[in-house]
Design a protein around this ligand. Structure first.
Ligand SMILES: Cc1cc2nc3c(=O)[nH]c(=O)nc-3n(C[C@H](O)[C@H](O)[C@H](O)COP(=O)(O)OP(=O)(O)OC[C@H]3O[C@@H](n4cnc5c(N)ncnc54)[C@H](O)[C@@H]3O)c2cc1C
Length: 379
């Protein structure tokens, strides 16, 4: 890389950093934009280790960024998929209930969804449900027709391509190691390690922190007291197990239990993949270090979680598939925390836009997040 002064540096080439690069380079042509990514290609972390669900926006507190950006992002994403031929399927999702407590929680979800502008949910009784999905066991369900699945790799490849065509430059194997403010807050100098291990620096007027699991560390490098700011991330692993190929055709829609207690995760659910597999997960395990291993003994917990609504699942047939890590702002049992998407002038860092805690529904919301970030740039 030879450039040493640019308008905008984006840290991180996950789906969010790429969406921001694509949107900014389209909306503000002529601005020089570099994306610094420590891995050898885009999407090697959370953006390729998730359920690949286009969420409808049902669960999040009304008025939150998660609710708003998910509902907006879903529409933008379906439109983008159609325009650019990204593999996806608007397959729909069932949130199923068997117990009294679960049925009550469906009513609450219906209200929450309506408050978020999700007005297409349908209440299904047992007979209708049986007709739609004969292999599922449930007394009733909520049906979300606008939930879908997407190939996140194809999405990121297209976003990268669009950003490149608009002149933005992704720089892979470039690990950001420090950030210094320039005089009078007129930008910053970003130091990074090159692929050959040497170090270099680049100056920019605007730095956008899309560093996923490391976003709090990048904020700290910029001089923010992340504990005082409430920016400290907790890592929360989600494991997935897959079912054998012969189970794939038994369910055509996504099937979730109701989220009964809090929103650490959405409960172990079944997703169909675009290549026709049936996958269970994710669970929620808080961890201290990034670690993508899967504990195969958790198969029993997965089996017990889904057996009530997927009676055909047998314990011995679950195979460990993959794990992803959520960058969470809340610890175990702590209340809901929203996405942080913030221009940091009031901390004396007018060049900085932080995106912290971009867990689910970050994939669904990537295009609406990119629009929001573009509107925050004020120099
Ligand atoms: C188990 C699980 C299931 C999920 N399911 C869904 C779902 O079904 N639907 C949905 O909408 N969302 C889902 N999500 C959330 C979604 O995956 C994320 O919100 C989204 O991928 C976040 O993208 P990102 O670009 O912010 O982060 P990332 O993909 O993590 O990208 C951040 C990038 O920053 C880079 N980076 C970090 N530090 C540095 C540095 N110092 N220098 C240079 N580069 C750096 C990293 O290498 C990485 O590539 C799920 C998440 C998990 C964990």
């Amino acid at each position: 890389m030879t450039t040493d002064k640019v308008d905008i540096v984006i840290i991180g080439a996950g789906v969010v950093g790429l969406a921001v690069a694509a949107e900014l380079s389209a909306q503000q042509p002529g601005r020089s934009i570099v994306v610094l990514e420590k891995n050898e290609a885009f999407g090697r972390e959370t953006s390729s280790r998730n359920s690949e669900v286009i969420h409808a926006g049902i669960y999040y507190p009304s008025g939150s960024l998660k609710a708003r950006l998910c509902v907006e992002g879903k529409e933008l994403l379906y439109h983008f998929c159609e325009k650019w031929d990204i593999p996806h399927r608007r397959c729909g999702k069932l949130i199923v209930a068997n117990t009294r407590e679960e049925k009550v929680s469906l009513d609450a979800l219906l209200e929450k969804a309506a408050a978020n502008g999700v007005t297409d949910l349908e209440e299904l009784e047992r007979a209708e449900l049986k007709r739609l999905e004969p292999h599922i066991r449930a007394e009733c369900a909520l049906y979300s027709p606008s939930t879908g699945i997407i190939n996140s790799h194809s999405l990121m490849a297209r976003l990268e391509q669009n950003a490149l065509q608009n002149g933005a430059l992704p720089a892979y194997c470039h690990l950001v190691t420090s950030v210094e403010s320039l005089n009078a807050g007129s930008g910053c100098r970003v130091r990074f390690m090159n692929p050959d291990g040497t170090t270099d620096a680049i100056e920019c007027n605007c730095l956008i922190n899309c560093a996923g699991l490391s976003a709090d560390r990048i904020a700290a490098l910029c001089g923010i007291d992340t504990t005082a700011a409430g920016y400290t991330l907790r890592l929360c692993k989600g494991e997935y197990f897959s079912l054998p190929q012969n189970r794939a055709g038994l369910v055509n829609r996504l099937v979730y239990p109701p989220p009964l207690h809090e929103l650490t995760g959405l409960g172990i659910h079944a997703t169909t993949t675009l290549d026709g597999r049936l996958r269970l997960g994710p669970n929620t395990i808080y961890i201290e270090e990034e670690d993508y291993s899967i504990d195969s003994s958790h198969a029993t917990d997965f089996y017990r979680a889904v057996k009530p609504f997927l009676p055909f699942v047998e314990e011995g047939e679950l195979e460990p598939e993959m794990a992803g890590i959520r960058p969470k702002l809340s610890g175990p049992g702590e209340p809901f925390r929203d996405f942080i998407i913030r221009e940091e002038s009031d901390r004396g860092l007018p060049f900085l836009i932080n995106l912290i805690g971009i867990e689910s529904p970050g994939l669904t919301s990537c295009l609406s997040i990119a629009r929001l970030v573009t509107n925050l740039i004020n120099y």
